[in-house]
Design a protein around this ligand. Structure first.
Ligand code: PEP
Length: 255
């Protein structure tokens, strides 16, 4: 019997500003809103994840626009003795709607394991945030032919039970493509995204087909259209090219 065709989820383009941006950077949110309003119909949802210091300012600036604001991390606990950390509840309190968890820079710089990423994703869900869960192989892992094994392990270990298309986004970010100007071939991206989709459907059924899977790693206006046209690529997680509204909107316009 022919299977019912499931509608592709609406794309979302998420900017990860990393440790960049001062109060004056609010002008980029205003410029993005202006560009989106001038364009009329925008083919993707839009989100910016600034450093924690700017969540409140940017959330206020984005009020009345279609731009959502998120965080780049959250702690696994709601409160407590964790100097320097911020909780999902605090992100929500500042007007944030989502939290990136398990970005490779945090997995590497802060030793975050799948178990920690899982706990952070659960904390995000508990606080009413969308968890943007990042996975990705290193160059050595790809060279060793271990990409799908690594991604499968990360998906299993980092995506919590109870994940839905409303509270979860998965971002595939090959570590070696982040900030390097290098990207996998379109066939390599397609292979990994199809693999992730199968894993999500196997675990979450029909709703697994609606969970957005983003590609991240040196996405820019010049390569966005071809990356976003790949099956099961439901948007992008963008670092460097999200810092300037003009570049970021160039990617959004490719949807
Ligand atoms: C990222 O860090 O999430 C990222 C995709 O960075 P860039 O776009 O700069 O490669």
């Amino acid at each position: 019997m022919a299977q019912a065709k499931i509608k592709q989820p609406r794309p979302i383009i998420i900017g990860n500003w990393k440790m960049n941006g001062l109060k004056a950077s609010v002008k980029e949110v205003r410029a993005l809103d202006k560009a989106a309003k001038a364009a009329g119909r925008v083919g993707a949802d839009m989100m910016i994840c600034p450093p924690a210091t700017l969540i409140s300012t940017l959330a206020a600036a984005a009020k009345g626009s279609k731009i959502a604001i998120g965080s780049q991390d959250c702690h696994m606990n709601a409160s407590g003795a964790h100097t320097g950390d911020i909780s999902a509840e605090m992100v929500r309190d500042l007007g944030g709607k989502a939290a990136i968890v398990g970005h490779s820079e945090r997995r590497t710089d802060h030793g975050e394991s799948d178990a920690m990423v899982l706990a952070k994703a659960k904390a995000a869900h508990l606080a009413g945030l969308t968890a943007i869960i990042c996975v990705g192989e290193t160059e050595a892992e790809r060279d060793a032919g271990a990409t799908l094994r690594v991604i499968g392990k990360q998906i299993k270990g980092s995506v919590p039970d109870g994940a839905t298309s409303k509270n979860t986004i998965v971002a595939y970010e090959p570590v070696w493509a982040i900030g390097t100007g290098r990207t996998p071939t379109l066939a390599e991206v397609a292979e990994v995204h199809t693999f992730i989709r199968k894993k999500l459907v196997a675990r979450f059924g029909d709703d697994g087909a609606k969970i957005r899977i983003l590609y991240g790693g040196s996405m820019k206006p010049g390569n966005a259209a071809e990356l976003l046209a790949i099956a099961h690529v439901n948007g992008g997680l963008v670092g460097g090219a999200s810092l300037k509204a003009k570049d970021f909107f160039g990617i959004i316009s490719a949807c």
